[in-house]
Every structure is written in C-alpha cells, then in structure tokens.
Design a protein around this ligand. Structure first.
Ligand SMILES: [Ca+2]
Ligand SMILES: [Ca+2]
Ligand SMILES: [Ca+2]
Length: 345
C-alpha cells in the first residue's frame, strides 16, 4: 500500500511537470540564434512560419497580401536597443557604420532606426555568421540608400532586386510580415489583427496576455518580450508597441533604392486600433527615422534554429524521467528505492 501511494505521488508530480512544460512551450518550433562575440553577444528568437503555399488575403491592404510559397522564420520579437548597441560594439563603430537609435532601455524596441540602418544591421547578421549580405550598399554612409542587385551579381533575383537570394537574414517582405501577423495556420483564415483570435486586441501598457496589444495612449513602448499577446503563429508585438518596417516598396515593386517603404502595426500611443489593422500600411522613405518606428528580422532558413527552447529541453527531460520511472515500475521497484539505488525494501 505504501509503495502504491509512493507511485501515485510520483506519477502526479511527473504529470504536473509535463503539463507545466507543455503550457510553457508556446512554440516548440522556435529557435534561438546567437550573434556577436564575447561580452557583446546577444540572442535573437525566431519562430517558424509554415503553411507554405497559403492563399492570399483579399480583405486587407494591399490586396492581395500574405501568400508565401515557402517556410521561413520570423523574429519572435521586435529588435531591441541592446541588439543595436551590440551591433555597434561588434561592427558599427569600427566601420563607421554606427546605427543611431533612441535610448529608453536595453530591452525596449529600437526606434529612430531608418530602413537603411535596419538593412545595415541585417547585412551584418549575415556576414558575421559567414553568410551573404542581403542588401547592396555601394556607398559608405550608414543611412545611404541601397543599390539594386543586377544580373551580374551572385544571388541576383529578378523577382526582388532588393534582396540577395543567397542571404539568410532579411527585413520581412510585405507578404512575409502580413502572413506572420494575420494568417491563422489552424483555420487557414486571416484575422484583422495580429492576435491569437484575429480580433481587436485589448489595450495594455505591457504584458503577455493573449489578445492584448500595447496601444491606447500608453506613455511609451513595452519591453520587446512584454509587448502583448502572440499572433496565431506565435509572434509578439506585430500589432502595436512600435511600427515596423517591411522590406517592400510602398508601390510593391522593388525597383528604386530611394522610394518609400512600408511600415505596419501601429504603436503604443495610438488611441484607436485602426493603425494595428491588416488594412493599414503606411510608408516612408528609407532614410526616415521615426521615434515610434522600429523593425524586426526574418530568416529564410526553412528549419528552426539549432538551439532548442528551454521549454522543449524540459519536455525531453520529463519524457526521459517518465521512461526511467516506467522501467523501474515494471521491474517492481518503488520509485524511492530505484532513485536511491536501494534494492529490496
Ligand atoms: Ca537612426
Ligand atoms: Ca510592433
Ligand atoms: Ca517601385
């Protein structure tokens, strides 16, 4: 009887551990990539955007939008001030390519970062990890406009003259951003907002509660990991917190280094939710730096990053523990005696 009670208690503990691990694991397909060196390393979280070949939405702006034929990774959070500071320490200062930004706090989203500065940051993510630059800069100023890739360049893609087809890290295109924000892979439907249920989010100053977003006259942006609930794919802050650049020209044809680029999602001070909606896409020229405009990074890697999330490590640990318990239970050993190596009570 004592042995049965011990087994039951152990089973209850394992079950609760498994449940905790599962609920903590919002997205087991997420991955973490580390950039930089030494004390200037930082991690960037990515979440897989699957459902390749999804249909476009025909109810938003632009119309159509959101059809992506391949699996990619979306930055789970906006780019933080800390990431920009560490880019500058690793690369920007030494190469006279310092990215300027606002200073609200290390975990706040980086703002007053122009499209051109964002593209410089993304290029360094590629080149510092042995990859190919996404954007073609031919002049030295950090806020100079890009040139177009040409047919003689390796990685030239006639369908997108901005993006080198061999690059891994990029600014999300209009369609990549739209899909990550508004498409629900479970229902194959589009929502009007980047919330789990696709409906208008509740206004919050910060937090991670589902179907909330940081807007509604807040005094400033929340930390990138406290920027409201997740989109259906598991991405935070696509609605609200700070505006985010997309890669694509406002006219949807990437054929001019100086023409206006899209930005989406609205920001903390918006009174109403209109700017957060799938129907709202504004634009600015690529050197423009707005104190409520930031960005996030996408990765064209089809698989999640090599380093698993702590939550999924925990799932595997618990599964291993459960297997060990089962084997010992089968041999008729109580969990207590098996754990302490005691044979025969
Ligand atoms: Ca700047
Ligand atoms: Ca945002
Ligand atoms: Ca154009």
């Amino acid at each position: 009887m004592i042995r049965l009670q011990a087994l039951f208690r152990t089973c209850t503990v394992i079950t609760s551990l498994v449940m905790t691990a599962i609920s903590a694991s919002d997205s087991v397909s997420a991955g973490i990539i580390t950039f930089g060196t030494g004390s200037n390393q930082f991690n960037m979280d990515f979440t897989t955007i699957g459902s390749p070949g999804n249909a476009a939405d025909t109810t938003g702006t632009p119309n159509p939008a959101g059809a992506v034929s391949y699996t990619y990774q979306m930055g789970t959070y906006e780019v933080s001030e800390d990431m920009i500071t560490k880019y500058n320490a690793n690369f920007g200062t030494a190469n006279s390519l310092v990215i300027t930004k606002d200073t609200r706090g290390v975990n706040k989203p980086a703002t007053s970062v122009s499209w051109n500065e964002g593209a410089r940051f993304v290029n360094w993510l590629n080149t510092s990890t042995g990859g190919v630059a996404a954007y073609k800069f031919t002049t030295n100023g950090v806020n100079d406009n890009i040139a177009l890739w040409s047919v003689s360049d390796t990685g030239y893609d006639p369908a997108n003259l901005f993006r080198n087809s061999l690059a891994t890290y990029v600014l999300p295109s209009m369609d990549e951003w739209y899909k990550a924000a508004f498409y629900n892979p479970l229902t194959s439907l589009y929502g009007n907002y980047a919330t789990a249920n696709g409906l208008e989010p509740t206004k919050v100053a910060s937090g991670t509660v589902a179907n909330t977003a940081v807007y509604g006259g807040q005094s400033g942006p929340a930390d990138i990991t406290l920027a409201g609930g997740l989109s259906a794919f598991g991405i935070m802050g696509l609605s609200g917190n700070v505006w985010e650049w997309d890669e694509t020209e406002s006219d949807l044809n990437n054929n001019s280094g100086s023409s206006s680029r899209g930005r989406r999602g609205g920001q903390w001070a918006e009174s109403f939710s209109g700017s957060l909606k799938s129907s709202r896409r504004l634009g600015n020229t690529p050197p423009f730096a707005g104190s409520n405009v930031g960005f996030r990074v996408a990765s064209l890697s089809s698989s999640a990053a090599a380093v698993p999330e702590p939550a999924s490590c925990m799932v595997w640990s618990v599964m291993g523990l459960a297997g060990w318990w089962y084997r010992n239970a089968k041999r008729g050993r109580s969990t207590f005696s098996a754990f302490w190596g005691v044979r025969g009570e």
